[in-house]
Design a protein around this ligand. Structure first.
Ligand code: SF4
Length: 280
């Protein structure tokens, strides 16, 4: 008997551009995550144009389905944010045609970037962001921590970089995703030690030259009535990485000597030193 691939529903097909498995479906608009899509480069949505689009979808139907992927019991939007907003905010439709794809974060980013590049009405800045190449998503890296005079220590620095992009000048940008109620001050972005750790990991793993600066960006999901994503740019020089290593070594030497300066935070729960720290 001719069989089908195990576990693959009969209705599953391959998307023409990405080659990913997808199911063509009609889904409940309310089941799509309302936060701005992390893959969307467009920052400005013209309300009048959204109304026009909503009216046209109401009249003629949706010519091109949106693209989503399942996320827990909801859907995450990958491509088609204008169509989704038009339907959600400006017409009475409760359902929308969608391609439900099975995609990794990297694949989702590529689908979105491909769609953005096929559009003509992106602003110049949005276009530059759309043509940024996604190098990796949720990239795990580790590196030996070195002393000031270049000696390796027994300590390993480990971290997972949310997103690594390559800009139009073929330079890497390390992106850290955050959620926040308030805007991020430039000084906070410039001083953030986690970002310096990411730049240390990139330089140690030869993604950039040891002496080169690293471009960095915080993508801040602002928890507003209408959530939006803000970008805060910063950079890290080789001197920042050196200072970071010096501070890290001093902190680790302090812990080795059982000297604690307790700074209670969410990390205390998993901290192997918590007993000694609380007793200090
Ligand atoms: S318990 Fe650990 S994480 Fe918390 S303040 Fe002490 S050393 Fe720091």
């Amino acid at each position: 008997m001719a069989g089908r691939a195990p576990g693959r529903p009969l209705s599953m097909s391959k998307t023409p551009h990405s080659g990913l498995d997808y199911i063509q479906s009609v889904i409940d608009v309310r089941k799509i995550d309302p936060s701005p899509s992390p893959y969307q480069h467009r920052r400005h949505f013209d309300e009048d144009k959204l109304r026009e689009l909503a009216a046209s979808i109401q009249r003629e139907g949706l010519i091109e389905p949106i693209v989503v992927r399942a996320k827990r019991d909801r859907y995450e939007l990958i491509a088609g944010e204008r169509r989704f907003r038009a339907v959600r905010d400006f017409n009475e439709m409760e359902t929308i045609q969608a391609q439900i794809v099975i995609a990794t974060n990297l694949q989702a980013g590529r689908i979105s970037a491909a769609e953005n590049l096929q559009r003509e009405d992106l602003s110049a800045i949005e276009m530059i962001e759309a043509i940024m190449e996604i190098v990796d998503v949720e990239l795990p890296l580790s590196a030996t921590l070195y002393t000031d005079d270049g000696q390796p220590t027994d300590f390993k620095l480990i971290g997972v970089i949310d997103l690594l992009l390559m800009d139009e000048n073929r330079e890497l940008i390390v992106v850290d995703n955050k959620t926040a109620a308030k805007p991020m001050a430039q000084s906070t972005a410039d001083d953030d030690k986690q970002m310096t750790a990411y730049s240390y990991l990139l330089a140690s793993n030869k993604y950039v030259f040891p002496t080169a600066p690293v471009k960095c960006r915080f993508d801040l999901l602002r928890k507003l009535k209408k959530p939006k994503i803000e970008h805060v740019h910063t950079s890290r020089a080789a001197a920042d990485r050196k200072r970071f290593a010096r501070i890290s070594n001093a902190v680790l030497a302090g812990i080795d000597a059982q000297i604690f300066m307790p700074m209670p935070s969410w990390m205390c729960g998993d901290c192997p030193q918590s007993k000694a720290c609380q007793a200090w």
